[in-house]
Design a protein around this ligand. Structure first.
Ligand code: ADP
Ligand code: MG
Length: 337
């Protein structure tokens, strides 16, 4: 199947409303999004569009996320990635607002795609008599370095290797078994907090790295086919706005360069994959760590759900258009799971 680019347009925030930003993005229904501003007037079509009124539950049910969880249980490599500029709602969509305030647990209605998927996965596991062996790993890619967010001690850089049987894999990454919702949610929190406290720039850091949480799903049932090993990977991509030159220097420009590099590499792979099969050239997964890690799900045998997050504000117009173009290209990619 194709990766399903899903668009989520967040509401205008209080501060955007206060300063009088115009809402320039509107959902027209049936997967159409309309962008209208002074010199722009464009309509894009997608498999699903969620606008400001859409609840977290509606996004979970309407994006195909539940089916993705079921396919992962059946042994497929499934990936959902959220992309868009900083502040467009990537983390909110994946995790809900809890990532922002650890002291106050979010109301269940606001839980994101991740927690909803965990619940669905554990329900399925229980109904199958707990014959699923579940474990999680959590990595971030920061300045083209892979860091383990679940390792004991400070996050350390891990090497990315390739083998014929496994494809690209991260050596020595920690994988933690879990059996309950509390356990996996606490791993997610632990890892996400380390992602932030490991940098000086605190909050800004979270959008300066790509974070990948992978759930490995094995079968414990007697006589189960050993090749039936599904994965469900959640990717919170770094903010795409740094794809442009920012003119910043030192550490920031290094960050910008590595974000540039991996998002451009991802875009490049996606646009090459979008060509008809006969006309496809070599896909340059090796151009960045991000594309190497996503190679399996993007290319051969994986199933990918893309959630493009968008701010409706007039001030974000050019980023919004570039996110929509990026997502449109991905619409044409097909894979063979
Ligand atoms: P990103 O991860 O893309 O940088 P965030 O997810 O942190 O962006 O969202 C930026 C702000 O907008 C946060 O304050 C978040 O709570 C709010 N927000 C994002 N999406 C929504 C939404 N669908 N409904 C309500 N508030 C949202
Ligand atoms: Mg974020």
């Amino acid at each position: 199947p194709r990766p399903h680019p899903t668009i989520r347009v967040r509401p205008l925030t209080c501060s955007e409303t206060r300063r009088g930003d115009q809402q320039v993005v509107h959902s027209l229904g049936d997967g159409a999004v309309h962008v209208s501003a002074a010199r722009h007037d464009a309509t894009f079509g997608f498999s699903a569009v969620f606008d400001a009124g859409a609840s977290q539950e509606a996004v979970f049910e309407g994006s195909g996320m539940r089916q993705l969880v079921e396919l992962a249980i059946d042994g497929f490599s499934c990936t959902v990635f959220a992309f868009g500029q900083t502040g467009s709602g990537k983390t909110y969509t994946l995790m809900g607002p809890f990532a922002q305030s650890e002291t106050q647990p979010a109301s269940p209605a606001l839980l994101g795609l991740m927690q909803r998927s965990f619940t669905c996965l554990l329900e399925q596991s229980r109904s199958r008599g707990s014959d699923l062996a579940l474990s999680a790993s959590y990595l971030e890619i920061y300045n083209e370095q892979i860091r383990d967010l679940l390792s004991p001690g400070p996050p350390c850089a891990l090497p990315l290797r390739w083998s014929k049987t496994r494809g690209f894999y991260v050596e020595n990454q920690r994988s933690v078994e879990f059996e309950s919702l509390e356990a996996i949610v606490s791993l997610l929190l632990q890892g996400s907090q380390r992602r932030r406290t490991s940098a000086h720039a605190l909050n800004r850091h979270s959008s300066r790295s790509h974070a990948l949480l992978t759930i490995h799903i094995g079968s414990r049932a007697a006589g189960a086919c050993p090749s039936k090993q599904g994965t469900l990977c959640f990717v919170d991509l770094a903010g795409s706005e740094r794809v442009k030159e920012t003119g910043s220097s030192g550490e920031l420009s290094m960050e910008a360069n590595s974000i540039n590099r991996s998002l451009l590499a991802l875009g490049h792979c996606i646009s090459l994959l979008a060509k008809p099969r006969g006309k496809r050239t070599h896909i340059p997964y090796r151009d960045s760590k991000l594309t190497r890690l996503l190679a399996r799900s993007l290319g051969g045998s994986g199933i990918t759900l893309m959630v493009a997050c968008i701010s409706p504000s007039s001030r974000c117009l050019s980023e919004t258009l570039s996110t929509l173009h990026y997502a449109s290209r991905a619409r044409r990619v097909t894979t063979r799971p």
